[in-house]
Ligand binder design. Structure first.
Ligand code: GUN
Length: 302
């Protein structure tokens, strides 16, 4: 059997079309568009490329988009003042500070300064708390876990009563997706286990999973023989394992591998996400949805 591919690139297009339509309707009825500011400190090449993709996506959807680039040596005080300015700006519904920040800046202090009602990344402790409570309390689910859940739902995978095993316990992916999958509601109601570097029997846990979500950042960590026949495998790993010359552009590009051995795993799994083109494209898509929802909360449309 060859697994059904869950393609983030295709699901992204469906969701962006839905968002674009809604943005047009809201603009016609209420004369307002979602406003997103992306703050980039310094010139970390990966961050520059992520931010430019966020900006392009926001522009395609008709958002008001401000890209606020700041020098590497900006003081913590000046960055806090900038956030305060955008917290007070009514045309801005989402504030995103691209991570990582330079070492002289305390990123917790910065993230905690963002108005929780504009925190479209979902990293502020208030939003982490809202996620933990679940249901209608949740305003901004963090973007990568939200993307994972959306992919599982749109692929038609049954989650209610399913054994979900999450490999990895990061604040950005592992912990929030585990919480989301065990809440009451659509695309959830699962029985969840989190495994990590100190887990004694990683293989045994993975073998039980109906839905295996791997966010460890270790290329090829999950072996094909650890996958239950017909399971849904979500590979969040994006590991640079080398470079190659792109056939399309003739330029050097990174060779990316997931945390799962895709070629062998797809012969066993029922559903699987590829790397690249799987979970990756969903993160920015969910950022756009959170920004739209922020506007809708403000306008009393949600
Ligand atoms: N850096 C890498 N991923 C992210 C993300 O999802 N949000 C922010 N703010 N920074 C990041």
């Amino acid at each position: 059997m060859t697994a059904q591919l869950i393609k983030g690139t295709e699901i992204r297009e469906q969701i962006l079309d839905e968002i674009e339509k809604e943005v047009k309707e809201i603009k016609e009825k209420h004369n307002v568009v979602p406003g997103l500011v992306t703050i980039l400190v310094g010139e970390n090449p990966a961050s520059v490329s992520y931010v430019s993709l966020k900006v392009k996506t926001a522009e395609r959807l008709g958002y008001k988009e401000i890209q606020d680039n700041q020098p590497e040596d900006i003081s913590e005080e000046d960055l806090l003042a900038l956030i305060d300015k955008y917290n007070k700006d009514d045309s801005i519904h989402g504030i995103l500070v691209q991570l990582p920040l330079p070492d002289h800046i305390d990123d917790k202090k910065i993230l905690n300064a963002i108005d929780p009602d504009k925190d479209v990344d979902g990293f502020h402790p208030v939003n982490v708390g809202r996620l933990m409570i679940g249901g209608s309390e949740v305003k901004f689910p963090p973007c990568t876990p939200a993307g994972i859940q959306e992919m599982i739902v749109r692929a038609g995978v049954e989650t209610s009563g399913a054994e979900v095993v999450v490999v990895g316990r990061s604040n950005i992916v592992g912990k929030p997706i585990a919480i989301m999958m065990c809440q009451k509601g659509k695309g959830a109601n699962s029985t969840v286990t989190i495994v990590h570097t100190r887990t004694k029997d990683l293989e045994g846990h993975c073998k039980r999973a109906d839905i295996l979500i791997v966010a460890a950042g270790v290329p090829g960590l999950v072996k094909p023989e650890w996958i239950k026949k017909g399971a849904c495998v979500i590979d969040v790993g994006v590991n640079r394992v080398g470079e190659k010359i792109s056939e399309k552009t003739g330029k050097k590009v990174a060779i990316l591998r997931g945390d799962v051995d895709f070629d062998a795993a797809k012969e066993i799994a029922g559903y699987i996400t590829p790397v690249p083109g799987g979970v990756g494209p969903m993160t920015i898509t969910m950022l756009m949805r959170n920004t739209l929802n922020s506007l809708k909360f403000r306008q009393g449309l949600m």
